[in-house]
Write a protein that binds this ligand. Structure first.
Ligand SMILES: Cc1cc2nc3c(=O)[nH]c(=O)nc-3n(C[C@H](O)[C@H](O)[C@H](O)COP(=O)(O)OP(=O)(O)OC[C@H]3O[C@@H](n4cnc5c(N)ncnc54)[C@H](O)[C@@H]3O)c2cc1C
Length: 587
C-alpha cells in the first residue's frame, strides 16, 4: 500500500506583518513551518504503517526552502519525500497547484490513498484536496478525524456541520484531515526533486498546465484590516452590557436591500449575467448563511443586469423554495431526487457540474461550510474553473467581474482576488451580509432534469453527533477557554444557551473533550463572526484570536492579566457565573 501526503510550508501566522508604506507583506525573517494540518496528515498516515505495511511519501510543490518542511515530514514518519520544485510552478493558484500535484501523483503511480490537511494556515482556501481529487477522478472525503484501511477500501469518519459521518470509499481516494498539530522536529532522508519536465514529456514555454499561466485566479492586492478594539475595562455588569449594546448598534452590518441597483457598465447582450447561490438546507430549510448569500446576490445580480438565482439540490424542498422567494431569490432552480436527501460529494458535484455546464451562470456562490468547501472546489476542479475560498467581501466591477476579498494569514490581512474563468466561483463565510427582511414574494420555480448520476465509489455508512450550524447562525457566540475549570464548563454552557447563544471552545477545551471537536474555534478550528462574541476564561493567544477577527463586538471575561482583555472591545473582571447571563443576554 502506498500513501502520499500532500504538504505545504507556511509562514508562522503570528509573524506576518504588513508594511503600511509599501502596502505589502514583510516576508523577510518570517519563520516557516510545516502547515499544522499537514503535520497531522503525515502523522495520521504514518500511524497506518505498522498494521498495513504502507509506504508513506510526503510531497510538496514549493520553493527550495520547502525542503525543511519535508525534513519535518521525515521526522513524523514519512519514508521518503518528493519535492516539486521548478520556476514554472511559481505563483500557482489552487487549480494550478492541484493540477501539478495530480500529475505528480500519477507519475509516482500505484498510489492507494492521498492524505492532505483540510486547509493551509496562510491562504486558507480549503480547495486543494477536492480539486486534486477531481483532477485525478478519485472519490474524496474532507475533514476526516479517523481512517481505517484495508481490502481496497478506506473507512473515514468526517467532522461536518451536521455532526460526524462515516464514509466507506473505494481506493484510490483522497482525504483531508480535520485537526492540526505543530512540530519543528526534522531529520534527513531521501528527498527526490521533480521539475515540470519530469511531469510532462511535452513542456512548452509558459505552459498553461503550471504556475501562473495555468492559474485562473489572481491576487490583486493585500490589505491590513486589523480592527481597532478599545480594551475598555468594566467592573460593573450593567455598564458593560450597555457598552456592548452601543457598539453592536454602531457596527451592525448594513441591511441588504430589496431594490436591485442599476446595471454597471456595458456587458454584451443577449447573454445572461445571473448571480447564483448554491443553497444549503438544514432540517429542510435554507440555512441562515444561504439566505445571507441570497440577500447579497440581489445586489450583485442588479449590478450584473441579471437575475438573483437560488440553486437547490435536495428532496421534497417546496418549503425551502418558498422561503428563498420570501428572502429575495427571483428564480429558484430545483434538482429534486431521493438520492439527494443527504450530501454526497461525487453525486452532488456531478449534478451541479451538469447544471452549470447547461445554464452557464455568471457567478456561483457556495456557503463556506464543511459541505460548501467540499462541493465548490470539487466542481471547480471538474470544470477547470478558478475559485476564491472563504470570501468576506464581494463586489462587481464595471466589466461585470466578481471582485472578491478573502482573509489570509490569520484574518487581519485580506487579499483582493479576481478570477479569469466563468462562472466565477467563490465560497463565502457566514455573517458577512444580512439576509433580506422577508416579504410575501413568490419566486419563479424551474424544476431541472436530474442528470445521469455516477455510480458512487463512496458510501455513507453512519452518522452521529450533533450539528454545529448554530455557530454560524446565532447573534451571540460564547467561547469557553482553558482558564475556566473543566468542571464549570457544563454550567457555563447551559447559562449561555439559556440566553440563546451558540457555544464553542478553544482548542484546549475541545481537545480535552469538554466540548465536541466540531465546536472548536480559532485558526485550527472554526472562524466565527457573530454580532457579539463573548469569551469566558480565554487566554487570548494568537491562534484563538484568529477565530474572532471578524466578530462585531468582542467581550471578554477573565482575570486582569489575560491578554484577551486587551484584544476585546469590552472586558469584565467579574465572576463568569454572573457575567454570562448579563453579557450574553446584552443584545
Ligand atoms: C493571500 C493569498 C490568497 C490566495 N487566495 C487564493 C484563492 O482564493 N484561490 C486560489 O485558487 N488560489 C489562491 N491563492 C493561491 C494559493 O494559496 C496557492 O495555490 C496554494 O499553493 C494552495 O492553496 P492553499 O494554501 O489555500 O491550500 P488549501 O487548499 O487551503 O490547503 C489544503 C491542503 O492542500 C495541500 N496543499 C496545498 N498547497 C500545497 C502545495 N503547494 N504542495 C502540496 N500540497 C499542498 C496540503 O495538504 C494542504 O493542507 C492565494 C494565495 C495567497 C498568497
Amino acid at each position: 500500500m502506498k500513501i502520499v501526503c500532500l504538504v505545504k510550508q507556511v509562514p508562522r501566522a503570528d509573524s506576518i506583518q504588513f508594511d503600511q508604506e509599501t502596502k505589502q507583506l514583510r516576508r523577510e525573517g518570517v519563520p516557516l513551518l510545516l502547515n499544522p494540518f499537514d503535520a497531522a496528515a503525515v502523522a495520521h498516515a504514518a500511524a497506518h504503517k505498522d498494521r498495513t505495511g504502507a509506504e508513506v511519501i510526503a510531497m510538496t510543490m514549493g520553493p527550495p526552502q520547502a525542503t525543511d518542511a519535508l525534513r519535518t515530514c521525515l521526522a513524523l514518519g514519512a519514508d521518503r519525500c518528493i519535492h516539486l520544485s521548478d520556476r514554472a510552478f511559481a505563483v500557482a493558484d489552487t487549480l494550478g497547484t492541484s493540477r501539478t500535484l495530480a500529475l505528480a501523483i500519477q507519475k509516482e503511480g500505484d498510489v492507494d490513498l492521498v492524505v492532505c490537511g483540510r486547509k493551509s494556515t496562510d491562504s486558507e482556501t480549503w480547495q486543494v484536496p477536492p480539486e486534486t481529487a477531481a483532477l485525478l477522478g478519485w472519490p474524496h472525503v474532507t475533514n476526516v478525524v479517523e481512517t481505517e484501511l484495508g481490502g481496497g477500501r478506506v473507512r473515514a469518519t468526517r467532522e461536518s456541520d451536521e455532526g460526524y459521518e462515516t464514509w466507506e470509499l473505494e481506493t484510490p481516494a483522497v482525504v483531508s484531515v480535520a485537526y492540526g498539530r505543530e512540530t519543528n522536529d526534522a531529520v534527513d532522508g531521501l528527498i527526490d526533486v521533480w521539475t515540470a519536465g519530469d511531469l510532462v514529456g511535452d513542456l512548452r514555454e509558459n505552459d498553461k498546465r503550471f504556475g501562473q499561466p495555468g492559474s485562473p485566479t489572481r491576487v490583486l492586492a493585500v490589505r491590513d484590516v486589523t480592527p481597532q478594539r478599545g480594551g475598555e475595562r468594566f467592573t460593573e455588569l450593567t455598564a458593560a452590557a450597555g457598552r456592548i449594546r452601543a457598539l453592536a448598534k454602531e457596527r451592525a452590518l448594513p441591511a441588504s436591500e430589496w431594490t436591485k441597483p442599476e446595471r454597471l457598465g456595458e456587458q454584451p447582450s443577449p447573454k445572461r449575467y445571473d448571480c447564483w447561490t448554491f443553497v444549503e438546507l438544514a432540517n429542510g430549510m435554507p440555512t441562515r448563511l444561504s439566505l445571507e448569500l441570497i440577500g447579497k446576490g440581489r445586489e450583485l445580480a442588479g449590478k450584473l443586469g441579471g437575475d438573483n438565482v437560488a440553486l437547490v439540490v435536495g428532496h421534497e424542498v417546496d418549503d425551502a423554495v418558498r422561503e428563498l422567494g420570501r428572502h429575495g431569490a427571483e428564480r429558484v432552480l430545483v434538482a429534486d431526487d431521493d438520492s439527494f436527501s443527504h450530501y454526497h460529494p461525487e453525486v452532488w458535484s456531478a449534478t451541479v457540474r451538469a447544471i452549470v455546464e447547461t445554464h452557464r451562470p455568471h457567478v456561483l456562490l457556495f456557503p463556506s461550510t464543511t459541505n460548501g468547501r467540499d462541493l465548490g472546489p470539487r466542481v471547480a476542479g471538474e470544470l477547470g474553473l478558478g475559485m476564491t475560498g472563504d470570501c468576506v467581501g464581494l463586489g462587481i466591477d464595471r466589466g461585470g467581474r466578481l471582485i472578491q476579498t478573502k482573509p489570509a494569514y490569520g484574518g487581519n490581512i485580506v487579499s483582493v482576488i479576481m478570477g479569469a474563468t466563468t462562472p466565477q466561483l467563490a465560497t463565502v463565510r457566514a455573517r458577512m451580509f444580512e439576509p433580506l427582511a422577508a416579504r410575501a414574494m413568490e419566486p419563479k420555480v424551474e424544476r431541472l432534469d436530474v442528470p445521469e448520476l455516477p455510480q458512487p465509489r463512496a458510501r455513507l455508512v453512519g452518522q452521529k453527533g450533533t450539528p454545529s450550524w448554530d455557530l454560524d447562525a446565532a447573534n451571540v457566540v460564547v467561547c469557553l477557554g482553558s482558564e475556566l475549570p473543566p468542571e464549570d464548563i457544563p454550567r457555563a454552557r447551559a447559562l449561555a444557551e439559556e440566553e440563546g447563544a451558540a457555544v464553542g471552545g478553544t482548542r484546549t477545551v475541545c481537545e480535552r473533550g469538554d466540548l465536541p471537536r466540531n465546536r472548536q474555534l480559532g485558526l485550527l478550528g472554526r472562524p466565527v463572526a457573530p454580532p457579539l462574541l463573548l469569551t469566558i476564561g480565554v487566554p487570548g493567544d494568537f491562534e484563538e484570536l484568529t477565530g474572532f477577527v471578524k466578530a462585531g463586538v468582542i467581550a471578554a471575561v477573565n482575570h486582569g492579566e489575560a491578554a484577551m482583555l486587551a484584544a476585546a472591545d469590552v472586558s469584565a473582571i467579574i465572576h463568569w457565573e454572573n457575567a454570562v447571563p448579563a453579557l450574553a443576554g446584552a443584545l
